[in-house]
Design a protein around this ligand. Structure first.
Ligand SMILES: *Cc1c(COP(=O)(O)O)cnc(C)c1O
Length: 388
């Protein structure tokens, strides 16, 4: 009997995201294995330098996840108990969790109905004397409205921390995400635009913030272990604060260096898949296509469609029907403020964010990655057009 679990593993299944690995990744990882230094070392430093060059960042710190990057970005801005952080609810759990882990309170704001990114006008109505940071998500790879958010942050003395997990390769008014004057947090989880299996990068505007984040990523200790254990320097170290175990390692970095060198090529193929879908769905009154505002370059991480009022399809049924057909459709995301952990801790209720809740109930994501071929894209599009 063929159940959906079987289908997911079959050859015909088209996953929502897929790692794109070439012989270069293999060679570079093997080189590190042969070299014998596995944890944070020269390979991480090279990855950071190459990442900075790729996105125009002033400084970068390789970490073991984007979640770690988000957490450290809040901590180096001294966000803690009693503080409020404003963020969208249409996001992955990590964006909200790090606020809670920092000891602060998440305040969810509405999204813009076109871009699905944080709505700066609603953010402004939520500002309080306790607000300490704004945490926008570049949803799906579309940059958030950074001009207004930066202006708001500057006017009220708030930190701006960008969840750029979807946004590697995106830019806003010609500036790549990561090149700005705020911390940006990138993910290299296996389905992201580049992958290191697990991993993340924190870009920072100053050396002072970098030094603090680096120390917090290694137990709050005053020196990298690779310097302590190397021939230079002595064994002495100091534990300056209660840090975490968030550092990257050289195997991860080798994968990352290979991947970042192939980013333009992989983005090109994402763009091709994107255009294929756009051409198939353009003009269909049942579907609202992903928007791309003037002045932005989209990272094309997620391809998110929305059912219009004209569609008679039921969203959950549509997603399940696609999955039964071997198409890895899913939903990004169920609003975070309505998840049990958030409702129980903060008393959030349905109806609190009407725009977000309405949009979240009508959207679904289609397979989007750099290895999709025309036959797969055609299969996905045909099924969507049949079911919408
Ligand atoms: C993937 C993702 C993260 C977390 O990334 P990890 O590297 O898995 O920690 C955070 N925010 C968003 C929006 C994501 O999609």
């Amino acid at each position: 009997m063929v159940d959906s679990g079987h289908l997911e593993r079959s050859e015909d299944f088209i996953p929502i995201g897929e790692p794109d690995l070439s012989p270069l990744e293999r060679e570079m990882v093997i080189e590190v294995l042969v070299g014998g230094w596995l944890t944070r070392g020269a390979e991480c430093a090279a990855f950071e330098e190459e990442f900075c060059r790729a996105v125009g960042a002033a400084h970068a710190l390789a970490l073991n996840s984007c979640t770690a990057a988000l957490h450290l970005a809040l901590l180096v801005h001294r966000i803690g108990p009693g503080d409020e952080v404003i963020l969208p609810s249409l996001t992955f759990a990590a964006t909200g969790h790090v606020v809670v882990h920092a000891g602060a309170t998440p305040v969810f704001a509405e999204i813009d109905p076109e871009t699905y990114c944080l709505d700066p006008r609603h953010v402004e109505t939520l500002l309080s004397p306790r607000t300490k940071a704004i945490l926008p998500v570049h949803f799906g790879g579309h940059p958030a409205e950074l001009d207004s958010l930066r202006e708001l942050a500057e006017r009220h003395g708030l930190a701006l921390v960008e969840d750029a997990a979807h946004a590697l390769g995106a830019s806003h008014r010609g500036a790549p995400i990561g090149a700005g004057k705020s911390c940006a947090c990138f993910s290299f989880y296996s389905n992201k635009n580049i992958t290191t299996a697990e991993g993340g990068m924190l870009t920072l505007p100053s050396e002072e913030l970098l030094d603090h984040a680096a120390r917090l990523s290694l137990h709050g200790m005053s020196k990298d272990s690779w310097k302590r254990f190397g021939s230079e320097g002595d064994w002495r170290y100091q534990v300056a604060e209660f840090g975490f175990k968030y550092n990257a390692n050289d195997l991860l970095a080798a994968l990352g260096r290979a991947q970042i060198s192939r980013l333009p090529e992989m983005q090109e193929r994402r763009a091709r898949a994107w255009s294929f879908y756009q051409e198939m769905f353009e003009g269909d009154p049942r579907l609202i296509l992903p928007s791309e505002q003037p002045g932005v370059a989209h990272a094309r991480h997620l391809y998110v469609l929305r059912l219009s009022e004209e569609s008679r399809a039921e969203r959950d049924e549509l997603v399940n029907a696609l999955r039964r057909k071997g198409i890895g459709a899913t939903v990004h995301y169920d609003p975070l403020h309505l998840q049990p952990a958030y409702r129980e801790r903060f008393g959030f209720k349905p109806g609190m964010l009407p725009v977000t809740e309405r949009i979240a109930s009508r959207i679904f994501s289609l397979p989007m990655h750099s290895r999709l071929n025309d036959q797969q894209l055609n299969r996905v599009s045909t099924e969507v057009l049949r079911l919408a």
